[in-house]
Design a protein around this ligand. Sequence first.
Ligand SMILES: Cc1ncc(COP(=O)(O)O)c(C=O)c1O
Length: 267
Amino acid sequence: MDQVRDLARKERPKLIWCGGTAVPRTIDFPAFAEIARETGAVLAADVAHIAGLIAGGAHPSPVGHADVISTTTHKTLRGPRGAMIMSTAEHAKAIDKAVFPGLQGGPHNHTTAAIAVALREAAQPDFPAYARQIVANAKALAAALTERGYDLVSGGTDNHLILIDLTNKGVAGKPAAKALDLAGIELNHNAVPFDPRKPFDPSGLRLGTAAITTRGLTEERMPRIAAWLDEVVQAVAKDDDAVFDRVAAEIRELLADHPMPGWAPAS
Ligand SMILES: Cc1ncc(COP(=O)(O)O)c(C=O)c1O
């Protein structure tokens, strides 16, 4: 935050954005707000990743700190692919005008209806338990990965997200993500801070626990997931394809007892 303050004092931006796509730690909205106030900037918070955690009380809210809040609706908020922009009354007119007719065409009413359903779900009394469980699972998974020698950016996580730097494993992010996909573990290759590799062939993996939490997995399953991930990453280094199929079968077996809510495979 000292760097943010120094940069804002030097550059005097009109707008400061906080939030991020691979930030495993709590975003300090009051600190950003103080810097924005001091330097005369509008503060916008992009809470796309953590919107569900905020709704469930598992991450502090930017409301009352940021002038503008943007979010997608399909990450931890667990809704359809879509987005929302919230703002103070001061900026509402300008944002409405920029969105339509500036950027958006006709309304996608089906998506808007699905967002309403997602928000209703997020307002139910059991949603905070879901949000807390996402974080508990991420912390347990982070601990299990650390135990297996994985180098986690920032040393762990406060939210749903883990960013692994694979450099010490001798494997790049892209082949690891591809192998994990074959083995039934969905995540993505991702750059890590000060990544010596190129952005399209980076050193890291980014993964989150929202989906497995929705399927009812809890902390005690995380060491097994870390073990599978480790097996597959080691198999990439050794080019051992048979491991991917075996891990995929083992994961299918585990998830057969944890079906996706509201969905069943055709029999
Ligand atoms: C912080 C942040 N904002 C916005 C987006 C946009 O989301 P999408 O491309 O899924 O619509 C992302 C995607 O990862 C994100 O990480």
